[in-house]
Design a protein around this ligand. Structure first.
Ligand code: ZN
Length: 675
């Protein structure tokens, strides 16, 4: 099983105070339903780009949106058919739009759009429709024949009998990604990355036979493949021009080729060419060559990710979910990350870990701050605020990686949170609220920078230690290591010395938020009675609960009661930093030595279980605020302006579209795999 280097940090839900210049009249709020809020984001500085750069963003955006259906199909084999059916019912509905059934139907469709399929994007549990089966059946029966998304030879009755249980029966395809290791995680996951009847043991045996343990530059096995069983034999079906998802990949190639024509330099042209070659052939060697060229191009302002990248959607962590980010460099903010990455060796040399576990030479960490211009596939509508790619370990070691902090997305989260009542409800007192208002925005960004650019890249394994030795706890411990590294250095005088922070006390804002989130407020995402499963959440509780316990004697951090409510109180920030260093040293030791038992003991003791009383209190306090646990984004529209000869003379950006309109437009205009 491939190790997924974690590349996504989830934004906190705090009310922050943006420092950057933003349009005060920009409307961030788009829609609110179920546990979701949909926002829109600004694209600052777009108008200052050159015509070629604007064209590049337009072409890459087209390439991005044409991949949407790929992810829908990867997420579940009925998703595209269900989407078309629901959209046709929705747009043609003639009944009472205030009826309970229709309202519930609309909510369900909005959830399905957000999940890119019938499962929740985060928990991966199947959505529960609140409209009646009868309503669904009668609406399907009302549709004219030509609006039924039928498979070849399928009748209306067969469509109904196939899809009704998929939508309504809670025992059918209940979870998209099942990570419960006591079951066959391949057979029990509803995603479409493995064919019918394929078992986990068969997949593992198949790849074990392909892999050569002595290969120092292995391809990312399974990254662009569906594993199927044919005549009892296991084989891969690859995603490429003449293979699976060919019609969508053809469109992506067309638009990548257009982008190549306006590339900023030869290096960029070279990696786009390589990416096209990979899409044509499906050859993972070419993907590695592309990844190296891409990681080494640090000159271009406009940049993008387009492909099968992250493997969180595969219970075995191999197949990449299709995604695309189109972005360009935020030059002012990038001087911050350039300073950090330029001093990478200093940070490594002063890390509070056993010197044997430090990297003698830190290589190829490039970091920049970007503005997202288009999000697609697995990055849409729910998206990351920091990315670090490529994922292949050997490429990272030999050629380095690119780490980005997405400023305009972080900013939109922040701006949309103003006045939501969070601070008043959860922050212990007015001075602490003021501290957060003044410094949380910048320290949160810095935390992302340090986590992505230095944290994951720091440290080394002892010779002969298996990188996968920590098994199912590997992701959470790796996230903890990167977070601890970032937290430790946020309080270091080096940051003021480098001119990155103007106040040596600023770190206290992030420390307070981290403890509050890890001990209390992140529980808003957990249903009563359930454990914490997601790696980033486990990591945060691990760190916060460990510090709380280890600092108990000296009252470093406390949970105190005021008017019957629980608050986080930090009494000694300096000692808290020492504890952060201690835990970093221990987790680095666990990783460097491959100490599975030590890692599992930490996770089991601190990261998984939830105090039911405190959990109940947090949920009740949140319910009064109506702050959604999850948020995501719709994209702006890019419209080319043509002259009489048909040449593009400018590209305009438009922001006013609503959530439903955007989703229906994408399905209509970008559905190369659709019905
Ligand atoms: Zn991470």
């Amino acid at each position: 099983m491939k190790k997924t280097l974690s590349t996504i940090i989830f934004a906190a839900m705090l009310s922050l105070n943006a420092s950057a210049v933003v349009d005060k009249n920009f409307d961030y709020h788009v829609d609110r339903f179920a546990d979701i809020e949909v926002l829109r984001y600004e694209v600052p500085e777009f108008d200052r780009l050159s015509l070629n750069q604007k064209k590049m963003i337009y072409y890459l955006s087209q390439a991005a949106q044409n991949g949407r259906d790929i992810l829908w199909d990867q997420n579940g084999k009925y998703n595209l058919q269900i989407r078309k059916l629901l959209e046709n019912i929705y747009t043609g509905y003639k009944g009472d739009k205030d009826s309970k059934d229709f309202k519930a139907f609309e909510k369900y469709l909005k959830q399905v759009w957000f999940g890119n399929g019938i499962h929740h994007h985060y928990s991966t549990d199947k959505f529960v429709p609140e409209f009646s089966e009868q309503f669904f059946i009668s609406e399907v029966n009302n549709l004219p024949e030509n609006l039924l998304p039928l498979n070849p030879g399928q009748s209306r009755e067969q469509l109904l009998s196939s899809l009704t249980p998929v939508i309504f029966d809670p025992t059918v395809m209940p979870k998209r990604v099942n990570q419960d290791g006591s079951a066959d995680v391949v057979a029990t996951s509803a995603s479409n990355l493995y064919g019918d009847g394929v078992t986990q043991a068969e997949v593992e045996a198949y790849y074990a036979a392909l892999k050569n343990p002595n290969d120092s530059t292995p391809i990312s096995y399974g990254l662009n493949a569906k594993v199927v069983k044919e005549d009892g034999k296991i084989k891969e079906e690859h995603y490429h021009l003449n293979g699976l998802y060919g019609p969508a990949i053809a469109k992506i190639i067309y638009w990548l080729d257009m982008a190549k024509g306006v590339a900023e330099n030869e290096e960029q042209k070279a990696y786009i060419t390589k990416l096209i070659d990979y899409y044509i052939t499906g050859d993972l060697r070419l993907f590695d060559e592309y990844s190296i060229l891409w990681a080494e191009d640090t000159k271009s302002d406009v940049d993008f990710v387009n492909g099968f990248i992250e493997s969180y959607g595969d219970p075995l962590g191999m197949t990449g979910s299709w995604e695309s980010y189109v972005n360009f460099k935020n030059k002012d903010a990038s001087s911050r990350t350039e300073t950090i990455s330029g001093n990478a060796q200093w940070f490594e040399d002063h890390s509070p870990i056993d010197p044997r576990f430090r990297k003698p030479e830190v290589k190829g960490v490039s970091a920049k701050v970007i503005n997202a211009a288009m999000l697609a596939g697995d990055a849409f509508p729910s998206t990351a605020i920091g990315i670090n790619l490529p994922n292949a370990d050997w490429i990272r070691a030999a050629h380095g990686s690119k780490s980005v902090t997405i400023e305009n997305i972080t900013e939109a989260y922040d701006m949309a949170s103003h006045g939501n009542g969070f601070n008043e409800e959860f922050v212990i007192d007015a001075p602490t609220s003021k501290l957060l208002d003044d410094y949380l925005y910048i320290t949160d960004m810095l935390h992302t920078d340090l986590h992505e650019c230095l944290g994951h890249a720091s440290g080394q394994l002892l010779p002969g230690v298996d990188p996968d030795a920590l098994k199912e706890n590997g992701s959470a411990l790796e996230e903890a290591r990167a977070d601890l590294f970032a937290l430790y250095y946020l309080a270091d005088p080096k940051l003021t010395e480098l001119g990155i922070l103007d106040n040596p006390e600023a770190y206290k804002a992030e420390y307070y938020k981290y403890m509050l989130n890890g001990l209390m407020t992140q529980l808003n995402r957990i249903e009563p009675g359930k454990d914490i499963e997601e790696a980033h959440m486990r990591n945060r509780q691990l760190i916060a609960a460990w510090i709380l316990e280890k600092g108990k004697k000296d009252k470093v951090v406390e949970l105190v009661k005021k008017n019957g409510k629980t608050y986080v109180k930090i009494n000694d920030f300096k000692k808290m930093r020492t504890l952060i260093g201690d835990l970093l040293a221990e987790i680095q030791r666990i990783k460097s030595e491959g100490d599975y038992k030590g890692g599992a003991a930490l996770i089991n003791k601190y990261a998984v279980k939830v105090d039911p009383k405190l959990h109940k209190e947090v949920l009740e306090r949140f319910s009064k605020l109506d702050i959604p646990p999850y948020r995501g984004f719709i994209n702006p529209i890019y419209e080319p302006v043509y002259d009489a000869a048909g040449n593009i003379t400018d590209v305009k950006i438009k922001h006013g579209e609503g959530y439903v309109d955007q989703m229906l437009r994408l399905s209509k205009d970008y559905s190369p795999l659709g019905y």
